[in-house]
Design a protein around this ligand. Structure first.
Ligand code: PLP
Length: 453
């Protein structure tokens, strides 16, 4: 095995077995527990493996056992915690192929086809989400990087100054501002209204106050689906306010923007297209594997104005046009992430994606009905996009979730709504059945009775 090569027959044997194990994962995941992970790294990991393994297949099998049983799986149909990542086999294959063929993902000179695939996929995404034609951007590792990228452009165009968002906003937003050097004294985390939305009147007062102090408001971050309750900020009013004030409007749709694929979602996300920039996370509700994030701008050339650099001689002349993503974002060497969404859209078709998103929304409605019908359980926030929260009379939500996780059937996590600890379901996995949701709700009720006893 000199020069890190394997004989062809060994590569094939490893590859075929690896694909078989992945197919088993996709076909039979629902039969496995979702959590209850008990795992300790083996002693042998303490030493660097110096010599070649006598049986590479055995190493692969052992590794897959660790991957399978040593972790919870965010693509499991009963993983209803956080924002799940219900991927798909085609995109997993695309990720392996892009890596295997060593496709350059940032440079038109060396990757003309990958540049065109990424530009095309971004254009498809803009159209599917109903964003203004001509909007564009690039794939990034995830929502946190998309927020950082968009906020950098906002700062460059309208700042530096003060930033505004509701207290329901994902922590990646204040973290991005911190990275950008926007100090805590210039960050306004505003109390949300009774429906967990950014209060436009409170925002207007904060902006007025800051202007009187001589500060310069530069960005409002709105949510198209908060992580905690799926709340959607009042996008049309925010857009009108920001336009009048000359403030950049960034919409964090990492989780929720995908709902715009459906008619019902597009109504809920009215005004989505009015922003200056958007975060979309295909590794959430567009069924891609981690890390598949995307940042989109109404005027994509502004990315280049923020991130473009004078290239050194060895790169000169090669980074001049569309698809030279090294000039449009933070990364130079990049994975070819766009291939995942591109290949899965081509294989399944966009209608299948729309139906899968709609299914996640229906699942939340269905779970809401099960909760309503279960004595002792009560909705705290109604299904919004595909998130709902509920309480169990008299029971400790954290304790119920911990008990559920220990049993391994479903992973449900609590959240805090208006100061109260409540249970939360995020139902975006289209493979979650109504029967599973009913069983989870029933079990929560049983555990809550047990916990109050
Ligand atoms: C609304 C929202 N924004 C941003 C993020 C961060 O995304 P990522 O984990 O891909 O960095 C998340 C993650 O759950 C999210 O829900």
């Amino acid at each position: 095995m000199s020069a890190l090569r394997l004989p062809e027959d060994v590569m094939r044997a490893l590859g075929h077995r690896g694909v078989d194990l992945l197919v088993e994962h996709f076909a039979r995941l629902a039969d496995d527990p979702v959590s209850g992970v008990k795992y300790a790294p083996p002693r042998e990991w303490e030493e660097v493996p110096r010599a070649a393994a006598p049986d590479p297949l055995a190493v692969l099998e052992e590794t897959c056992r660790m991957l399978r049983h040593g972790n919870a799986h965010p693509d499991h149909p009963r993983f209803l915690a956080f924002v799940p990542s219900p991927g798909n086999f085609v995109s997993v294959l695309a990720a392996a192929l892009a890596t295997g063929f060593a496709v350059p993902g940032g440079h038109r000179l060396t990757g003309p086809a990958s540049a065109d695939v990424e530009l095309t996929t971004v254009r498809w995404l803009v159209e599917l989400l109903g964003l203004p034609p001509g909007s564009g951007g690039l794939f990034v590792p995830g929502g946190s990087m998309a927020n950082l990228t968009a906020l950098t452009v906002a700062r460059d165009r309208r700042g530096p100054g003060t930033a505004y968002f509701s207290d329901q906003t994902h922590f990646s937003v204040p973290r991005a501002l911190h990275v950008l050097g926007v100090g805590a004294d210039r960050v306004r985390r505003l109390p949300s209204d009774g429906a967990q939305r950014l209060d436009v009147d409170a925002l207007a007062s904060a902006v007025r106050r800051d202007r009187r102090r001589g500060l310069r408001p530069f960005v409002v971050v709105a949510n198209a689906g908060t992580t905690s309750t799926g709340a959607v900020d009042p996008l049309p009013r925010l857009a009108e306010f920001c336009r009048a004030e000359g403030i950049w409007l960034h919409v964090d749709g990492a989780f929720g923007a995908a709902a715009a694929l459906t008619d019902a979602g597009r109504t809920l996300l009215d005004g989505l297209g009015l922003a200056d920039s958007w975060t979309v996370d295909p590794h959430k509700w567009l069924f891609q594997p981690a890390e598949s994030g995307c940042v989109l701008l109404r005027r994509p050339h502004e990315l280049r104005e923020s991130f473009g650099v004078d290239l050194p001689g060895y790169l000169d002349n090669s980074a001049a046009g569309d698809g030279d993503f090294l000039q449009y974002g933070i990364q130079l060497t990049r994975e070819f992430r766009a291939l995942r969404l591109w290949l899965s859209l081509k294989v399944f078709g966009a209608d299948a994606f729309r139906d899968a998103v709609a299914r996640g929304m229906r699942n939340a409605e269905e779970a809401g009905r099960f909760i309503d019908a279960e004595p002792g359980l009560e909705l705290v926030t109604a299904p919004s996009l595909a998130v709902l929260t509920f309480r169990c009379a008299g029971a400790d939500a954290d304790r119920v979730c911990r008990r559920l996780a220990t049993e391994g059937y479903a992973l449900v996590m609590p959240t805090t709504v208006a100061g109260e600890r409540v249970l939360r379901l995020c139902t975006i996995n289209p493979r979650t059945s109504a029967g599973e949701l009913r069983r989870i709700v029933t079990r929560v009720r049983e555990l809550s009775l047990d916990a109050t006893a």
